[in-house]
Design a protein around this ligand. Structure first.
Ligand SMILES: Cc1cc2nc3c(=O)[nH]c(=O)nc-3n(C[C@H](O)[C@H](O)[C@H](O)COP(=O)(O)OP(=O)(O)OC[C@H]3O[C@@H](n4cnc5c(N)ncnc54)[C@H](O)[C@@H]3O)c2cc1C
Length: 653
């Protein structure tokens, strides 16, 4: 590490020079740093806005899942078969599917060695269970906090290796020269007041970007508070996006942010909506379902069928997601789950439920009492979870919405997780290795595999010094200067940054989330574009302490602009409803007659499953390119040949 100071626009800026910088301390970023050190890479550092922030560290679910190659029992499985399962998710590049399958066992067992308590039987088999989109039983879990355990174990390993962590730095600009990475500019969150302490730059040869999903775009979100992502500034630096239209949305509580899947639904709570002040409570599901048994069966099934899946609107529980969306996004009301009383305030007639729901509840001994009594009986920790977070389900209802949970798309990467900007790698949720559907738990596997691949490549091809600081200074001065100018322009006597952000995020949840219509998207694009063009004039803060929000808002608006355009391009190329997105289609069908027309849609027939949408942000416009997926590679598997090339170059090329 070398430390120097340069001056740009009158600001003294500390510059740290490293061979490689990793941004982010989620499971992917920490693993990238740990692997780099393990592969012998010297002169590396981690930069993060807050070491304990991010999705991995702060989220979970009933049973947070990790997807891996089968490591138990007698059922056959193979790298090829797992790769095929991942590839079958549609719009997935075969090289990513193959790498994620091939490195699955290695990455999983490394986590075991580091101390993540994945359960095994007395003979050492890692027993699995079946998750969604999984033909086998490849899923495992260390409980509700699998990804948190992963970050804790990985952080311990990173600290043991004495890899420096620069905490409380927010990356606000990725610095490039043409198509070559040069470094990053950060806002010093420890001291934004003093101009001479405010900005810090990193001059590096390689950057591993592990900033997580672009959560800040959405108001209705189950990503943890304080996690926003930073994909917008990567688009600005010229990194292409891929499969940006593909997300997962589902019902989640807002405070705390948590998926209300599994037993939270199987306990059959009452769904109520109120006005914004909590008045005028209504059991709105009754307006839609004339038959109470059908209504309760759908609520029950929502527990299994957690993410909104457009294929399950007509014949499945995803209708519940739409009914919640109507209340919150179309009527501007609030929706709550109330566990204190049964739906309709009367005892449940269990014989009216489908046999699947009834038998399950009977076997669980849960055909009695109120929803909270059933929930406590079937899953007591589910009740204490909320109690620990300050919500007593015995006393109060729980506010929910249809929330963004995971982005399957992201930044385009090659088979070593390098983006189209040379020297810039993207790993974890910020990168795009998934398509329309993916097995539950494959996000955590992908993050470990991608970060390992990037580290392997850098250790083989990314060695050497970064630029001399004088050259760095000359090459990045102009773009650093733009970022500093933005920070100066917004300083005023009034504040509006939060309000603009809230409105932009609500707009995205309304028009660019699970329900997407061409008119709504175009309207949202026009508003976003205007805010970007007027940014330096319109956004105001009364104190430099609010600069972190300003740079975030800029990233969020950029990101929204590119994502919204991707959705429009998809519709204009003839794309239909698929995955977790319903595209309003005037020529489509209404799944139920009593739904508003925006829910008229046509299902995708899968023929676009071998096509990938890519987008570049160039001169303020989003430019699109569609290409065929890369097939799953078929390699020479003759051992002597593989061994020879492995001895020559480690097979890293
Ligand atoms: C409710 C919920 C349940 C989930 N359940 C599962 C599951 O069961 N199985 C599964 O596989 N996946 C699941 N996921 C998805 C999975 O948890 C995430 O995809 C994964 O944890 C992302 O890890 P990451 O390392 O890529 O990013 P994160 O863990 O989000 O880390 C991002 C890091 O980047 C830092 N950062 C961001 N922007 C900046 C910036 N500008 N400057 C500096 N630092 C920055 C953050 O502080 C953070 O340290 C779930 C997600 C949610 C929300």
């Amino acid at each position: 590490m070398r430390e120097t100071v340069i001056e740009i626009k009158g600001y003294p800026i500390k510059v740290y020079s490293f061979n490689t910088v990793v941004v982010g301390t989620g499971a992917a970023g920490l693993n990238a740093a740990d692997r780099l050190a393990g592969y012998g890479q010297k002169d590396i550092a981690i930069v993060t806005e807050y070491v304990n922030a991010g999705t991995s560290r702060n989220t979970g679910s009933d049973k947070q899942t990790y997807y891996k190659l089968t490591l138990s029992g007698g059922e056959p499985d193979s790298v090829e078969e797992l790769a095929q399962t991942l590839f079958d998710g549609q719009c997935v590049d075969g090289d990513h599917a193959l790498c994620e399958a091939a490195l699955s066992a290695q990455c999983f067992l490394r986590l075991v060695e580091l101390g993540v308590p994945f359960p095994r039987n007395r003979f050492g088999e890692y027993i699995g269970y079946k998750t969604d989109h999984d033909p086998r039983r490849r899923a495992t879990s260390a409980g509700p906090y699998t990804s948190k355990f992963m970050t804790e174990c990985l952080e311990r390993s990173v600290r043991e290796k004495k890899i420096p962590i620069f905490d409380r730095l927010q990356v606000i600009k990725i610095l490039t020269n043409g198509n070559r990475l040069r470094g990053i500019l950060c806002l010093n969150l420890k001291d934004t007041r003093e101009p001479e302490e405010r900005y810090i730059a990193f001059n590096c040869r390689n950057l591993i970007y592990a900033t997580g999903g672009p959560a800040g775009m959405y108001a209705d979100s189950v990503y943890p508070f304080g996690h926003y992502g930073a994909t917008g500034i990567a688009f600005e630096a010229g990194v292409r996006g891929k499969n940006l239209t593909e997300w997962q949305y589902g019902l989640a509580s807002l405070k705390p942010r948590w998926n209300v899947s599994g037993t939270y639904m199987q306990a059959l709570p009452k769904f109520i909506s109120t006005d914004q002040d909590g008045n005028d409570p209504r059991e709105f599901l009754f307006d839609f379902f004339p038959d109470k048994g059908v209504m309760l069966t759908n609520v029950f099934l929502k527990g299994y069928q957690w993410p909104f899946d457009v294929r399950k609107v007509r014949d499945g529980a995803s209708i519940i997601d739409l009914l919640v969306y109507i209340e919150t996004c179309l009527k501007g009301r609030r929706v709550f789950l109330d566990y204190r009383e049964n739906p309709g305030n009367e005892a449940i007639d269990y014989s009216a439920l489908s046999s699947e729901a009834r038998e399950y509840l009977e076997r669980a001994g849960a055909t009695f009492g109120t929803p909270i009594e059933r929930l406590a009986h079937m899953n007591a920790p589910a009740v204490s979870f909320y109690k620990d977070k300050g919500v007593d389900l015995y006393q109060e209802p729980l506010e929910i919405a249809l929330c963004a949970q995971h982005n399957n798309g992201g930044l385009t990467i090659d088979q070593w997780w390098q983006t189209n900007v040379e020297g810039l790698f993207a790993v974890g949720e910020v990168s795009a290795s998934h398509g329309v559907y993916r097995p539950g738990g494959s996000a955590l596997n992908a993050g470990q595999v991608g970060s390992t691949r990037a580290a392997q490549y850098i250790a083989a091809h990314g060695i050497g010094e970064p630029l001399a600081v004088e050259t760095f200074h000359a090459e990045v001065a102009s773009s650093v200067s733009d970022a500093l100018a933005l920070g100066e322009a917004v300083l005023d006597e009034t504040d509006n940054v939060e309000q603009i952000w809230i409105e932009a995020a609500k707009r995205m949840s309304r028009f660019g989330a699970a329900i997407r219509s061409l008119d709504g998207l175009l309207q949202a694009i026009a508003a976003t574009k205007k805010e970007l063009l007027d940014f330096n004039r319109k956004v105001k803060i009364s104190s430099p302490q609010k600069l972190p929000k300003v740079y975030r808002l800029y990233d969020v608006l950029l990101c929204q602009y590119v994502y919204l355009n991707a959705m429009v391009d998809y519709i204009q190329k003839g794309g239909k409803s698929r995955g977790s997105a319903l595209y309003t289609d005037p020529n489509g069908q209404l799944p139920y007659e009593n739904l508003p027309d925006i829910f008229r849609f046509a299902l995708d027939d899968g023929t676009r499953g071998d096509q990938v949408q890519e987008v570049s942000y160039v001169n303020g416009l989003a430019e699109f390119n569609w290409r065929k997926v890369r097939e799953i590679p078929k390699e020479d598997d003759f051992f002597e040949n593989v061994w020879r090339s492995f001895r020559e170059n480690g097979n890293v090329y």
